[in-house]
Structure formats: structure tokens, C-alpha cells
Design a protein around this ligand. Structure first.
Ligand code: USQ
Length: 402
């Protein structure tokens, strides 16, 4: 495969940092932009990554030592259109991977400020990217990260993005109805609509990836250098469910399924995200094509995930209970979940292994940081509620305190 020029928006995040390394390993030339928002947002919660991460400067130095290609990774915000446009014009990517969005459902439900910050950042950032690509690199392939959560949990099979109904005697393609479950997830729906429209309007080409819940601490072929490690959050906003359960297990904290734990989601190990994104990058769609791909390995309920983590942890000598909590979210507990996953298989995706193997590797990687997690164990319990009651309770707490 010829080397590509790939621009990563959001190179410093959970997915972006390993993807930068993976694409360099594959021989591509990489540039990128990141506003470093995630570091501040996690700190604002009094949280931190369970696995310590290097500063941006240390990360750049590590890339210089481990890879022969020059990389151009800059701090900058997608909301600054002039900077984004100038960078793309200078770099002339043939692929743009867009990961530069606030990824947290719970964070977007804290209050008006967090909700509107999430939607403004995500929707306007993506809109800026679409305009910039249209103006300075219209041939490039936009690989945009959406979420399986855009679909919600409808009581019907979920195709990869489109209905193809008979419509007044001719076939037509209509986007599959979206029923997102948080202001964050809705921001992704709005992005999808804008991207679909830009493809139709300007002939941009895009793959919109409906990705499930990612888990894992490492990727294949990663050098043993602590500066190359990616972050692993465990707070209620930025920690995803498997990552949180693994952090809970290493400190002997009960695992916390929300509600009855029957919620089903598609899951995908971090190392498989690398494989899937590579496959997508290596087969761009035609100009004007807006391609939707569902990206996950397999579907499990939250209770199944909790049982798996408990069993694997027991095998590693860590006994841990499961303690269901009242669900702070508004979501269906028992529902159908039948998303298609044909396009990635057709592109050549082969899942890397069983989730149990990945969970065991995660427990090994996380064990040295037991004290770091223990010191912040209160972050393992959620208090942000979809019905907004946390705002009343926090206000009462502030009154009582002062
Ligand atoms: N959950 C628990 N216990 C916990 C944490 C979560 O039962 O301690 C449950 C939630 O109620 C939910 C499920 O686990 O039913 C998934 O929650 P999550 O926090 O792992 O994931 P979610 O909020 O849906 O968001 C994450 C990523 C987001 C991505 C999405 C994919 O943060 O960026 O878009 O997964 S998906 O879930 O398919 O929409």
C-alpha cells in the first residue's frame, strides 16, 4: 500500500495517540491538531488517567526516537477555522481522521454549560473541518468518528446507516432514524447529518464510523516506552464501562452495573480500532460518497461484561463483587440490539481475540497503578443523573456547607 499523508484531528486522546503510532508504524506520514481539552476536562473532575501519560512535549520526543518519519503535531483548536484551514492547506492530506470531539455522554449531561460546550465544540468543530476540506483539500477522505449510540436501541435491526426503501417507484437511501440518548450522542447525530450533506453538496468523500464502546490499554506492536502509553480514564464521564470495571477490579471495588444491567452495546478492543481504521483508510469511498460503517466486534449486556471482568479478575487472584447501582441515566434496560456489521468484515476485519484475553491484559497493565486509582476511588461512583437531580443535590450540598 503506498504511503499516505494522514491528518489526525484529536491526536492526543485515548484513540488518537495510539492511532498516531499505528499509522507511523504502517509507514504513513502524519500531521495533526489537538486542543488538549481532554487533559483539562479530566482534571476539572478531580480525576486522572489510571495509567500515567506523558506531557505533549514528552510524547513528541518519544515519536522522534521511535519513528523515522517527521511528524507535525500541533496544539490548536478546530473552532479556530483560519488555523485549521491553513494547516490543511499546507499539509495537503489525502486522509483526514476526525477524533477531535468531546466523547462523554455524562459530561454533556452535567448542566447547560457542559451541554452547550459539547455541542458547540463537536458540531462547529466538524462544520469547520468540512468547510476547510471543501476549500483546500476536497479530494481527501474524511474518516469521521460517529457512535453506535446515534441509533439508540430501536426495536428493529440496525442496518449500516441507511434504509433503502422503495420510494415512489424508485429506490432511495434514507438515513436510518437516530434516537440518541444524551446531548453528546445527539452532537454526533448533528455531525453525521452535516457530513452527509457536505458529501452531497460538494462531492466530499467520507466514511462515518458508528463505533461501539472501546476498551483496552494497548495496541499491537507498541514499543515498551511509558511515553507511548495512552490514557485510561475511570471517572464517571470519561471512563467507559469495561475500563471502569477493570479499574474497579484491581482495587477490589465492587463492579457497578447501572440499573438491572440488561443494557446491550457493541464492544471493541482498542487494538481492533487500529485495524478497523487502517482498513477504512486503505479503501476510501468515491468522491461524493457518504459511507456509514458500524464498528464493533461483538455485543454484550453490561451484566455480561461485569461477569467477564469478575471471572478474569478471579483468575488473576483478584476477588471482586458486583454491586448494581440505581441507573443515573435514562436508557432502556431490556431491549433488542441487532446492529449489522458486514462492511468491516468485507473490508477484511478479523477480531484480534476474545474480550477475556483483552481484560486479562488490562488487569496486568493496571495493577501497578492500584494506589493511583484507590486514591480517587470516589470517582468510581456516578452522581450525574439524566433527570438533572444531581444539580439540586449539589446545590443543597453547597448550601449546607456554607
Ligand atoms: N455503565 C454501567 N456502569 C458503569 C458505567 C457504564 O452500567 O459504571 C453502562 C451505561 O449505563 C451504558 C453502558 O454501560 O448502558 C455504556 O456506557 P459507557 O459509559 O461505557 O459508554 P457511553 O456513555 O455510551 O459512551 C461511550 C464513549 C462514547 C461512545 C460510546 C459508544 O464514551 O464516546 O460514543 O461509548 S456507544 O455506547 O455505542 O454509544
Amino acid at each position: 500500500m503506498p504511503e499516505r499523508s494522514i491528518f489526525i484531528a484529536g491526536f492526543d486522546g485515548y484513540l488518537g495517540w495510539p492511532l498516531t503510532q499505528h499509522l507511523l508504524q504502517c509507514g504513513h506520514v502524519v500531521a495533526g491538531l489537538d486542543a488538549m481539552l481532554r487533559r483539562d476536562q479530566v482534571a476539572e473532575l478531580g480525576a486522572c488517567s489510571a495509567i500515567p501519560i506523558a506531557s505533549p512535549q514528552e510524547r513528541m520526543a518519544a515519536l522522534g526516537e521511535h519513528f523515522h518519519q517527521a511528524t507535525d503535531l500541533r496544539t490548536g483548536n478546530m473552532l479556530d477555522f483560519a488555523t485549521l484551514r491553513a494547516f490543511l492547506e499546507e499539509f495537503q492530506p489525502d486522509t483526514v481522521v476526525h477524533l477531535a470531539e468531546i466523547p462523554s455522554a455524562a459530561w454533556s449531561m452535567i448542566d447547560q454549560a457542559h451541554s452547550s460546550f459539547t455541542q458547540h465544540n463537536n458540531v462547529i468543530g466538524t462544520l469547520n473541518l468540512l468547510w476547510a476540506m471543501h476549500e483546500v483539500c476536497p479530494e481527501a477522505h474524511l474518516v469521521k468518528l460517529g457512535t453506535m449510540g446515534e441509533y439508540g436501541t430501536p426495536a428493529m435491526p440496525i442496518p449500516e446507516g441507511f434504509f433503502e426503501p422503495e420510494f415512489r417507484g424508485r429506490r432511495d437511501r434514507l438515513p436510518f432514524p437516530r434516537q440518541a440518548g444524551s446531548f453528546y450522542h445527539w452532537s454526533k447525530v448533528h455531525d453525521s447529518n452535516n457530513t452527509m450533506f457536505a458529501c452531497r453538496l460538494w462531492g466530499l468523500r467520507s466514511t462515518d464510523i458508528m463505533q461501539g464502546v472501546v476498551f483496552g490499554t494497548g495496541i499491537d506492536g507498541q514499543a515498551e516506552d511509558p511515553r507511548l502509553k495512552t490514557r485510561l480514564d475511570f471517572d464517571q464521564c470519561f471512563g467507559t464501562v469495561v475500563n471502569r470495571f477493570c479499574c474497579q477490579a484491581v482495587i477490589g471495588h465492587p463492579l457497578t452495573p447501572y440499573g438491572e444491567g440488561g443494557q446491550k452495546r457493541g464492544f471493541l478492543p482498542l487494538r481492533d480500532v487500529m485495524q478497523c481504521l487502517s482498513l477504512v483508510i486503505d479503501s476510501p469511498p468515491e468522491a461524493g460518497d457518504y459511507r456509514v460503517i458500524n464498528q464493533f466486534d461483538a455485543c454484550y449486556t453490561v451484566n455480561e461484561i461485569a461477569s467477564m471482568v469478575r471471572q478474569v479478575a478471579a483468575g488473576e487472584g483478584m476477588e471482586v463483587d458486583i454491586l448494581p447501582l440505581e441507573n443515573p441515566r435514562l436508557e432502556s434496560t431490556y431491549h433488542e440490539y441487532q446492529p449489522d456489521r458486514e462492511k468491516l468484515s468485507a473490508l477484511g476485519y478479523r477480531p484480534s481475540g476474545s474480550p477475556r484475553r483483552e481484560i486479562r491484559l488490562m488487569l496486568e497493565d493496571l495493577s501497578p497503578y492500584r494506589e493511583r486509582i484507590e486514591a480517587r476511588a470516589k470517582l468510581l461512583l456516578p452522581d450525574i443523573r439524566w433527570d438533572g437531580q444531581h444539580r439540586r443535590l449539589r446545590a443543597l450540598g453547597r448550601e449546607a456547607a456554607g
